[in-house]
Write a protein that binds this ligand. Sequence first.
Ligand code: R5P
Length: 312
Amino acid sequence: MTNPRILSGTAHPALGDAVSEALGTEPVECEVERFPDGELQPVIGHVRGEDVYVVQPTGPKVNGHLVELLLLLDACRRADAARITAVVPYFGYARQDRRTRAGQSVGARVALDALTAAGANRLVVVDPHNPALEAMSTIPVETLTAVPLLAHTLAEHAPEAAVLVSPDLGAVKLAERYGALLGRPVAVVHKTRLSGSDVQAEELIGDVADRPAVIVDDMISTGGTIEAAVQVLLAQGATQDITVAATHPLLVQQAPDRLARLPINLLLVTNTVPPGRVRTLPHRVRSVAPLLAEAIALLHGGEPLDTLLMRA
Ligand code: R5P
């Protein structure tokens, strides 16, 4: 097989370009036509017999980006690509991994089945909300992690005395991974979700009094989780020196304003989705393009990804 080929959808072309450049490979040409009624129709370049990597995070607007990804996969299959890998650095719907009340669907499973039916032979994701995505999928899932990348930057910026804080029970393992890399203690906030954008946090397990805090999460959507965690931390005596690190900066709706009102010295994120909405906040963006390029080079060569994978 020749070089891997990168095909980028419209969700995050800058990331696709950066991955192609890092690999020194010519991207596959792609136009996505939008019809007046909202339908999409991609037209892609020649990929017959090629090992194709379709780069398309399914961040906001989630549904449009997901449907476009499905159409791109189908276009690759119909154009006779030898192997098709969906590279979805942010995997939307991953939070819908179970039913929490009667009558709900399981969106993560539906999205995975749709990718498979559309033609993906394999999926690459970065820090998905639930690593059990792999167990729900009938195609192989390579679960990469940006935690070492972000921890490396935290090691430079976070004060020596900082406590790592998980803003909910679901992020405890993530906080422990940061804690292990940085050699810092971990505290946990107990949160209850009231609605899609509001959460309530009351309890904190761990000692944060007179210490700076680094809150870590997989994603920031409306900012409600971070806001509630900051309030609990301050109520428990943490200093007004707070850093927030998250892989996926969705920052929808009022999130930038919400975060701007908090004593956050640094918001550290990656570019798994276009990170434009962080610009009004003190921030640093670390690119996942080198991580994705390395993973693609290894997959293309049939090599194991060991050091790039998320380990729970
Ligand atoms: C949920 O458990 C996730 O890990 C995040 O904490 C959550 O999705 C963030 O959403 P928001 O910013 O809207 O609170």
